[in-house]
Write a protein that binds this ligand. Structure first.
Ligand SMILES: *Cc1c(COP(=O)(O)O)cnc(C)c1O
Length: 389
């Protein structure tokens, strides 16, 4: 088994053993063979982690990247797809059959909720949303037809941390697959498989890519059985990732650990300052003691990344507009996990149904980038000053 520490896996794995250090971008659909024996041997290669019969089924760039991700989280194998949402949709398709009951965390990433409602429910999948703080209470929600339990920890936008080991334990040995979206923490700060989860999902687009210049999704599977279920679903539905994006993702991954530590440090500086500001009512971030599930974060995670939300005291949209419109270092934009800071208004309309997030005041989600934190603080301070005058 893997005894290398995470920084070593990040720097060392997924590279050619000798010659140029980095695997070049391997563009290609067709893989050519010169003998019938070789062609047929590859066509029936049973190990899909290394099969290279056709570019869509796997190429050197996807195989290297999938290998490193599996090593990082201690999985049997990884499946990649062209975006985070694509791999999540593929995983749900692989395990949620018509008539099946699936338990979906109420704080799930919005587009995944929409996929469930618009694509799975019409096919007869029974989707039930549950409170992220359910813990071992998940057991009471299980039915004979339950096939899948989906977690996202911390939750999208509101950052509730789930009791992952308790949920995994309650669900174990019942023929139910557990999936967890680990995009916020990355393998550096949280290891889902070693906390009992079957499949760990990643929008590589965010921190692992790290430069806001690619789309990629990955699912790390603990067992061979789940790996093949998901890999075959990906092959049958034509899911694959482009070699350029895979190359860029690998390049981003090499510096993941150092970037994340700085994102954490910068976020902490901003949060400590924001807590002193009278304009700020509440900050939602797993390492703050008042965050729901903070004790689970402390127990299970080794750090907190640079994404958090805050609720302002003001209820005025106009105040919000004045605050964000002239910020120098926080453009409005979706996504996060790049080297740069971002801000986005917090909209939860239609995104909670089993629980309520009813805090009054204008909400914002901030991604703290790698700029100097004092410059970021000065920028936000100027925004608050404009809001007051
Ligand atoms: C962005 C994101 C996704 C989707 O990833 P894309 O690559 O944008 O499709 C999934 N889950 C979470 C938590 C995300 O933030």
């Amino acid at each position: 088994m893997n005894t290398k520490r995470i920084e070593t896996v990040i720097a060392h794995e997924g590279r050619p053993a000798e010659g140029p250090v980095n695997r070049p971008v391997n563009r290609g659909s067709t893989v050519a063979f010169r003998s019938l024996d070789a062609f047929e041997a590859e066509a029936t290669n049973a190990d899909l982690r290394v099969a290279s019969r056709y570019g869509r089924v796997g190429n050197p760039n996807s195989q290297d990247f999938e290998h490193v991700m599996a090593e990082l989280e201690g999985g049997y194998g990884t499946v990649t797809a062209c975006s985070g949402l694509a791999i999540i949709a593929c995983a749900l398709n692989a395990f949620a059959a018509p008539g099946a009951h699936i338990l979906m965390v109420d704080t799930v990433y919005g587009p995944v909720r929409r996929f469930c409602e618009k694509r799975l429910r019409p096919l007869g999948v029974d989707i039930e949303y549950y409170d992220p703080m359910v813990g071992s209470g998940i057991e009471k929600l299980l039915r004979s037809g339950t096939r899948l339990v989906y977690l996202e920890s911390p939750g999208s936008k509101t950052f509730e941390v789930q009791d992952v080991p308790e949920i995994a334990k309650a669900v174990k040995n019942k023929g139910i697959v557990t999936l967890l979206d680990n995009t916020w923490a990355t393998p550096v700060f949280f290891q889902p498989l070693s906390h009992g989860i079957d499949i760990s999902l990643h929008a590589i687009t965010k921190y692992i890519g790290g430069h806001s210049d690619l789309f990629l999704g990955a699912a790390v599977c603990a067992t061979k059985e789940h790996y093949y279920a998901l890999r075959n679903c990906a092959i049958e539905s034509g899911q694959c990732a482009g070699p350029d994006d895979l190359y860029m993702a690998m390049r981003g991954l090499r510096t993941l650990e150092v970037r994340l530590r700085r994102h954490e440090e910068n976020a902490r500086k901003l949060i400590d300052w924001l807590k002193t500001r009278s304009e700020v009512k509440h900050i939602l971030y797993p390492s703050l003691p008042d965050c729901p599930g903070h004790e689970f974060w402390k127990r299970d995670f080794t750090g907190a990344s640079g994404l958090f939300s805050m609720i302002l005291k003001t209820k005025s949209k106009e105040d919000l507009r004045i605050f964000v419109d002239r910020l120098a270092y926080f453009p409005l934009g979706y996504s996060w996990g790049g080297y740069e800071s971002l801000i986005v208004p917090l909209h939860l309309d239609g995104e909670r149904s089993a629980t309520k997030f009813a805090e009054e005041g204008q909400g914002l989600r901030l991604h703290v980038g790698l700029e100097n934190p004092d410059d970021l603080i000065a920028d936000l301070a100027a925004g608050f000053d404009r809001m007051k005058s």
